[in-house]
Design a protein around this ligand. Structure first.
Ligand code: NAD
Length: 486
């Protein structure tokens, strides 16, 4: 299979926060990969803009080191690392002051007729100041795009305020709110599988689906992000955005066409159809120490912390398609394995013609986001050999790396794909302002509830599947979580 790389039109991408962790680890190596594949043409420029005093040459060295560290060993199909570095420039800019802005305006003036994109890879408290200055200095035309990072607010009120600040200077069609989960190949494949095949959609409802599980498990603890994380927790950091977006894609109605607003309208309807969640349907946890690795509270240097590093919940959607089918969602840190998957668990056949000894079987469609991106469908067949009609479940496996061969290795990572979508002006995989607000509107009362009751998270063993109560959440319904494993 030959992959087709369609070059995007020439662009100028300014990365505010171009010396930060995210730029170093994801954005810059990602742009380099797109350059290497021939998607970013020779005419485009990438301009780092941050507080650090540095010249263009210093920035090129900084980026070379970032690529060496995070994308070592790549061979460029088109051009060389030096050719890529030539496309880079740098301006020292203070988002909150005047310094550097005339220089940036001058630099942008040299690149007329290109797509202009501004990546706000900085703290959200700077978004307003950046948006305002882009206008004051006349460097954002009506076709310019801005890309904003999570966290997008910490509740509905702050998300509305942030939307308001951006809306003062930019139209919604210019704002690209990143949720990098939406840039994953498998997540888009989920839409292809659902809406490109006749096979699944007729069964995609509460009549045939027993329940759906979404798991995003990490093995790492909070790392160096302790201070930030402790004010946020798994609900705000993961559930409100990444898991919610996955839920939307799995549960939404088919949009009339694959167009940004048609898709996002359907996702918004899913969020609005979410029922309130009963406290008994939520389990929060905090990881314990493991060997020389500290427990959560020591990690975040807050001995009183009641922030959750794990959350599991059962949610319901009040609509025709899903009434009666529960969705079980869980995410946490320091769990047994680093794995993200969605499992659509179908109902058992209404009657087994093979008798009780054949056992009980279910089809499960598993969509793996990581590791080994791909899907498999568990199908029940006869166990080979003599001995009567014994049944066994086998996977019809479609691991992308196996099915697509070497091309699968060249699948762009989420950030690369999303940045190219910004340049193309395609907002399908970005969250719209009303979606983010609706997600917070659903989240806020849940958090307020446990704050009011003084709920404390349950300790769980590091390297486990989370707190015991999370297992009980499903056992109680006669179901069980899929094992967290690689
Ligand atoms: P960072 O602290 O590593 O970098 C911050 C950058 O902002 C630096 O380049 C700094 O020079 C610049 N900056 C700070 N104040 C400035 C000012 N007044 N004027 C101009 N530039 C200024 O942060 P990061 O980890 O790269 O994160 C950036 C954003 O992305 C944050 O909003 C963060 O929440 C979000 N984010 C980061 C990650 C990640 O993996 N690092 C993941 C998801 C979201």
């Amino acid at each position: 299979m030959v992959s087709r790389v369609i070059p995007v039109e020439p662009f100028d991408l300014v990365i505010f926060g171009g010396t930060g962790d995210l730029a170093r680890r994801k954005i810059l190596p990602g742009l380099y990969r797109r350059f290497c594949s021939g998607q970013m043409g020779e005419d485009s420029r990438v301009i780092g803009a941050a507080r650090a005093e540095m010249d263009a040459e210093g920035y090129r060295q900084f980026v070379r080191e970032a690529i060496d560290e995070f994308d070592a060993g790549r061979t460029c199909e088109v051009g060389t690392i030096d050719a890529f570095l030539k496309r880079l420039d740098y301006v020292t800019v203070d988002a909150l002051g005047k310094d550097g802005w005339p220089d940036l305006a001058k630099l942008m003036g040299e690149g007329t007729g290109r797509v202009r994109a501004y990546y706000f890879s900085v703290a959200p408290s700077l978004f307003g100041a950046l948006a305002e200055r882009l206008h004051t200095y006349g460097i954002a035309d009506e076709d310019a795009r801005i890309v904003v990072e999570k966290p997008f607010g910490r509740d509905e009120a702050s998300a509305c305020a942030l939307n308001g600040v951006l809306a003062e200077h930019f139209d919604e069609s210019q704002i690209y709110r990143i949720d990098h989960y939406l840039g994953k190949e498998t997540v888009q494949n989920l839409m292809a599988v659902r809406f490109g095949n006749m096979l699944f959609e007729p069964l995609w409802n509460s009549q045939y689906v027993d329940h759906i599980q979404i798991t995003v498990a990490e093995t790492v603890g909070v790392g160096g992000r302790g201070e930030y994380y402790d004010k946020s927790g798994a609900m705000r950091d993961m559930m409100q955005n990444h898991l919610m977006q996955l839920l939307c894609l799995i549960a939404m109605e088919p949009p009339a066409k694959f167009d940004p607003d048609a898709v996002r309208d359907e996702k918004l309807k899913v969020i609005r159809a979410l029922d309130e969640v009963e406290p008994r349907d939520i389990v929060r946890g905090q990881y314990e120490a493991e060997g020389d690795k500290p427990d959560y509270r020591t990690h975040v240097e807050n001995p009183e912390s009641t922030t959750e590093s794990f959350i599991a919940m059962k949610v319901h959607l009040s609509n025709w398609r899903w009434a009666g089918t529960p969705f079980y969602l869980r995410t946490g840190k320091r769990l047994r394995a680093r794995t993200s998957e969605i499992a659509v668990v179908f109902k058992e056949t209404p009657h087994s013609i093979f008798g009780p000894e054949a056992g009980r079987h279910r089809n499960i469609l598993t969509i793996r986001l990581q590791p080994n991106e791909g899907m498999d469908l568990g199908v029940t067949i006869k166990e080979p050999g003599p001995g009567g009609m014994r049944l066994v479940d086998v996977p019809l496996d479609m691991t992308f790396a196996d099915a697509l061969g070497p091309d699968a290795e060249d699948v762009p990572d989420a950030y690369e794909r999303l940045i190219m979508d910004v340049i193309r002006g395609n907002q399908t995989l970005f969250m719209r302002g009303d979606e983010v607000e609706a997600a917070w509107a659903w989240t806020d009362p849940i958090i307020a509830g446990w704050e009011k009751r003084g709920d404390k998270p349950e300790p769980y063993e590091s390297g486990s599947s989370g707190p015991e109560d999370a297992l009980a959440l499903m056992h109680r319904d006669g179901r069980r979580w899929r094992e967290i494993r690689i």
